[in-house]
Write a protein that binds this ligand. Structure first.
Ligand code: GDP
Ligand code: IMO
Ligand code: MG
Length: 438
C-alpha cells in the first residue's frame, strides 16, 4: 500500500478532516506533520460531529494508529482534554496514539503573547491569528529556545531552559506591567499534563520508518492550507509552519522518497478566516452572495467560531497550490453549498493595476490590490446531498467539477456533498479510486 499526503489547498478549513477520516479506512497509520491547536478538523459520522485540534483525523477508525509528529506544536493541557473528550465519546486512543518526543510545547504564556500581539499590535501587523500561541511557539523553536516534549522529562534542565526562554523573550515581551511569568509555576504547570501524556510519547520518526519498512501504509495529514504556508502563503498573513506537502518530510522525519501520492483538498468555493488578501471575497452585505455562502456552508471557524470570509473559487490560487504540491488528485468538498445558486463564478486569473498576473504577488501592498478575473458557469439548482455516485450528480455540477479540474491542473478524484462521512463520491476509474481500492 502506498503512503499518501492529504493537504489543504486553499486558506484552511477545506474539509481535510472529513477527507482524511474517509481515506483512513485504507491506511494503517495517520500522521500529522505541522500546526497545533490552531487547526480545527471536523469529522461527522452518522450525524455526530467531532472537532479535532491536535489528534489526527484517523482517530475514528479503531485499528488505525495516529501520530502527532515532531513538526507540530502542542498545548499539552488542551491535548489531554482532547484525548479525554474522545475517550468519553467512545474513541479510545490507548496503545495507538504516538506523540513525538521532539514536538515543541506551547506554554500558556505563549498564548498570552499571541493575544497581546493581536490586541495591541505590539508585535507588528495584526494577522487575525487563532490566538493559540502558535506563532510564539514556532518562534521559540526557530530561536533554539523552545521546549520540546522530551525536555519535560528532566526538571532541572527544564527549569534552566525555561529561565532562558522567559528572560530572553517571553518576559521581555510581556513586560512587568503584564506580570512576568513565574518560571517555577510555569514549569510545574507544563509538567502536569506531560506526566499523563508520557505513555504516548515516542520517537515517531523511528516508528514511522520502521512501519513503512514493514509494508504498512501511512496517510500524512496536513493542517491549515497551502495559502497559509509560512514561505509560500500570503506573507505575513500566514501561519508559522510549512503547510505544503513538502513540509511533511521535515515534520515527521520521513524521506520524500517514501511519499507515493499527494492529494489536495479544495472547497468548491473559497473561505478564509483571519486577515490578508482574498481576491475572490464577496463583500456584498447581509443580503449578498457572500452571506448566502456563509449560511449554506455554516462558515464559522471550528476553532475560534469566527465568521469565515467567503467568495468564489479562486482558480489562480488553486493553480498555484498545484504548482507547489503537484497533486495526484484533488478532492472538492462542500459542492452541495452551491446547489442553490443560479450561476457560479470561477476566478481564472488576476489583474494588478491593469496588468494580467497569474498568482498573488509577494508584496503585501500589491496583493491587497489584486482583482479577480471571473468566468461564469450555470448553476444546477438541484439538491446534491443525496447523490452517492458520480453519474447521479447533475450534468452542470459535473461540468463545474471538470472546469475546476482544468483550472487546478489536477484530476478531481472525490467530491463532498454533505458533512457526513457517507456524503462522499469517489470518481470511478480515477487515481483516487485506485488508491482507495474501489
Ligand atoms: P478542515 O479544517 O480542513 O478539516 O475543515 P473544517 O472541519 O474546519 O471545515 C470544514 C467544514 O465543512 C466542517 O464543518 C465540515 O463538517 C464541513 N464539510 C466537509 N465536507 C463537506 C461537504 O461536502 N458538504 C458540507 N455541506 N459540509 C462539509
Ligand atoms: P485548519 O487546519 C483556517 C489562520 C488564522 C490566521 C493565520 C495565522 O482547521 O484548516 P495562527 O493561529 O496559525 O498563527 O494564525 O492562519 N489559520 C487557519 N485558518 N484553518 C486553520 O486550520 C487555520 N489555522 C490557522 O486564522 O489567519
Ligand atoms: Mg478547520
Amino acid at each position: 500500500m502506498p503512503n499518501v499526503a492529504v493537504v489543504g489547498a486553499q486558506w484552511g478549513d477545506e474539509g481535510k478532516g472529513k477527507v482524511v477520516d474517509l481515506f483512513s479506512e485504507r491506511f494503517d497509520v495517520v500522521a500529522r506533520f505541522q500546526g497545533g491547536p490552531n487547526a480545527g478538523h471536523t469529522v461527522t459520522i452518522a450525524g455526530r460531529r467531532h472537532a479535532l485540534h491536535h489528534i489526527p483525523s484517523g482517530a475514528f477508525r479503531p485499528g488505525v494508529r495516529v501520530v502527532v509528529g515532531n513538526g507540530t506544536v502542542l498545548d499539552l493541557e488542551k491535548l489531554l482534554l482532547e484525548i479525554e473528550g474522545l475517550a468519553a465519546a467512545g474513541v479510545d486512543l490507548e496503545g495507538r496514539l504516538y506523540i513525538s518526543d521532539r514536538a515543541h510545547v506551547i506554554l500558556p504564556e505563549m498564548a498570552r503573547l499571541d493575544v497581546l500581539g493581536e490586541t495591541t499590535g505590539c508585535l507588528g501587523t495584526r494577522l487575525g491569528t487563532t490566538r493559540k500561541g502558535i506563532g510564539p511557539a514556532y518562534e521559540a523553536k526557530a530561536a533554539r529556545l523552545g521546549i520540546r516534549v522530551a525536555d519535560l522529562a528532566d526538571p532541572e534542565a527544564l527549569l534552566a531552559r525555561a529561565r532562558v526562554l522567559v528572560d530572553a523573550r517571553i518576559g521581555r515581551l510581556l513586560g512587568p506591567g503584564d506580570g512576568a511569568p513565574d518560571v517555577d509555576a510555569l514549569v510545574r504547570r507544563a509538567r502536569e499534563p506531560w506526566a499523563r501524556l508520557m505513555p504516548f510519547v515516542a520517537d515517531t520518526s523511528l516508528l514511522l520508518n520502521a512501519w513503512i519498512d514493514e509494508g504498512k501504509s501511512i496517510l500524512f495529514e496536513g493542517a491549515q492550507g497551502t495559502l497559509l504556508d509560512l514561505d509560500h502563503g500570503s506573507y505575513p498573513f500566514v501561519t508559522s509552519s510549512s503547510t505544503v506537502a513538502g513540509g511533511l518530510c521535515a515534520g515527521l522525519g520521513v524521506s520524500p522518497r517514501r511519499v507515493d501520492g499527494i492529494v489536495g483538498v479544495f472547497k468548491a468555493y473559497t473561505t478564509r478566516v483571519g486577515d490578508g488578501p482574498m481576491p475572490t471575497e464577496l463583500r456584498d452585505g447581509p443580503e449578498g452572495l457572500g452571506e448566502r455562502l456563509r449560511k449554506r456552508g455554516q462558515e464559522y471557524g471550528t476553532t475560534t467560531g469566527r465568521p469565515r470570509r467567503c467568495g468564489w473559487f479562486d482558480g489562480a490560487a488553486a493553480a498555484y497550490a498545484h504548482r507547489l504540491n503537484r497533486f495526484d488528485a484533488a478532492c472538492v468538498t462542500l459542492l452541495d453549498v452551491l446547489d442553490a445558486f443560479e450561476e457560479i463564478r470561477i476566478c481564472t486569473g488576476y489583474r494588478l493595476d491593469g496588468r494580467e498576473i497569474r498568482s498573488l504577488p509577494a508584496s503585501p501592498a500589491e496583493a491587497a490590490r489584486v482583482e479577480a478575473v471571473f468566468e461564469i458557469l450555470p448553476g444546477w439548482r438541484r439538491d446534491t446531498t443525496g447523490a452517492r455516485r458520480w453519474d447521479e450528480l447533475p450534468a452542470a455540477a459535473r461540468r463545474y467539477l471538470d472546469r475546476l479540474g482544468e483550472v487546478i491542473g489536477a484530476e478531481i478524484g472525490m467530491v463532498g456533498v454533505g458533512p457526513d462521512r457517507d456524503q462522499s463520491i469517489v470518481r470511478p476509474d480515477s487515481w483516487l479510486a485506485r488508491m482507495m481500492g474501489t
